[in-house]
Design a protein around this ligand. Structure first.
Ligand SMILES: Cc1ncc(COP(=O)(O)O)c(C=O)c1O
Length: 404
């Protein structure tokens, strides 16, 4: 029989039924320390009292009105985001991939209203992940996600980065032409293995965009909202985008995404050019407003940076202690990847048996994206679990043989 639930996921056979801070509780009562936070979503942990209050208070008042009317929560949250970032304007959506759709539309429309309707191409990068809608899979360019879904969507030019900044920049320059509307890039590629893009290249891309009138679109869906220790990761680089996509942590677990843009980049988005039924609904706005308030409170990002430093150092020690299991640590802030010498899935299973949830990523990486509120004690507990997991794998006969 075909499964009643469409079988597009390869799910682990655990159902979590309750969460509290950084902990998750499964149906069988087992407690896990969660270093995944969904996938970088539950930035304030599970059942955060402030988010819970904001959501339940709003739930008792009004859930949905449509965007035919003013939505006060959208007005307040957009003002907060504009005040805290490069952006002049914000549009609220429900997910990351919807934010990408709008970013692509906005970039193309900018050139259209500026008298360059043929300027619609978007430069993207190998290893990118921008979501699963049609434009997003075409932007991501991953064959696995494109196969069988009809013709490729016109207008995406993808480049494989080599890590050699000069060569990569030359390749981008060769690709950016009169038909290029935008460059779309993640600052740290999460799904493909916490792959770091060289800061010098990112700064050079900003310069190239300025010189050519190309829009720089940063996908901060995973890196944004404090994940790397700044509100948005581009702040570390001293550059700003023209358009930025945000999702995941901005809703603290409630579906919410946003596109932030400068007035210039957004100049084509006039009445009727875009819309959404659910985007910016009162429930999402109640949570989003509270989440952004918490993130902007003095000391919040200091905690992220401090605990990230501690986690990084602890992971370094873990790698040193188990040279047959790990080869290194990479990433930034609380977006970290362990590069593995054994299959990442084996380690993830062993970690789960030791009570710690970690995530897979491409390039045989184990990804760590804990709640930003994780404490040093919880990091210590997690490290003890990961240490046990590594030791359990080391005791497997095939690894023992390889080490000898
Ligand atoms: C960088 C990036 N962009 C886009 C997306 C897509 O977001 P969503 O799954 O909410 O559509 C993700 C999700 O993992 C992401 O990490």
């Amino acid at each position: 029989m075909f499964p009643p639930l469409l079988p597009t996921y390869n799910r682990t056979d655990i159902a979590f039924v309750r969460g509290e801070g950084s902990y998750l509780f499964a149906e069988d009562g087992k407690r896990y320390l969660d270093l995944g936070a969904g996938i970088a979503v539950n930035a304030f942990g599970n059942a955060n009292p402030r988010l819970l209050k904001a959501l339940t208070e709003q739930a008792g008042k009004l859930w949905h009105t449509s965007n035919l009317y003013r939505v006060p929560g959208q007005e307040s949250l957009s003002k907060k985001l504009v005040a805290a970032t490069f952006a002049d304007t914000v549009f609220f959506v429900n997910s990351g991939t919807e934010a990408i759709e709008l970013a692509v539309k906005m970039a193309r429309r900018h050139h259209f209203v500026n008298g360059q309707p043929d300027r619609f191409r978007i430069v993207t990068f190998d290893g990118a992940f921008h979501g699963r809608t049609y434009a997003a899979i075409n932007a991501g360019g991953n064959e696995k996600y494109l196969e069988g879904f009809g013709p490729r969507m016109e207008g995406f030019d993808q480049l494989a980065l080599t890590g050699d900044v000069a060569a990569d920049l030359a390749a981008v320059k060769a690709l950016v032409g009169p038909a290029t509307a935008a460059i779309l890039i993640e600052l740290l590629q999460g799904e493909s293995g916490v792959r770091v893009i060289a800061p010098e290249l990112l700064r050079a891309l900003r310069k190239l965009c300025d010189e050519t009138g190309t829009l720089l679109v940063l996908d901060e869906i995973q890196t944004g909202m404090g994940r790397t220790g700044k509100l948005f990761a581009h702040e570390w680089l001293g550059i700003t985008p023209d358009i930025m996509t945000v999702a995941k942590a901005i809703g603290g677990g409630f579906p919410l995404g946003a596109v932030l843009a400068t007035a210039d980049a957004a100049n084509g988005m006039t009445v009727g050019t875009h819309g959404t039924t659910y985007g910016g609904n009162p429930l999402a706005m109640a949570v989003g407003n509270e989440a952004v308030d918490m993130l902007l409170e003095p000391g919040f990002l200091d905690h992220v940076n401090k605990v990230a430093g501690f986690l990084n150092q602890q992971l370094g020690a873990l790698v040193d202690a188990h040279p047959g299991i790990f080869s290194g640590v990479r990433g930034q802030g609380l977006m970290l990847g362990l590069t593995m010498k054994v299959p990442n899935t084996d380690f993830i299973t062993a970690a789960r048996a030791a009570g710690v949830i970690v995530l897979p990523a491409g390039d045989n990486v184990v990804r760590l994206l804990p709640a930003l509120t994780i404490s040093e004690d919880e990091v210590r507990e997690a490290m003890a679990g990961l240490d046990r997991a590594a030791a359990a794998l080391e005791s497997k006969p095939e690894l023992k043989a390889a080490a000898q």
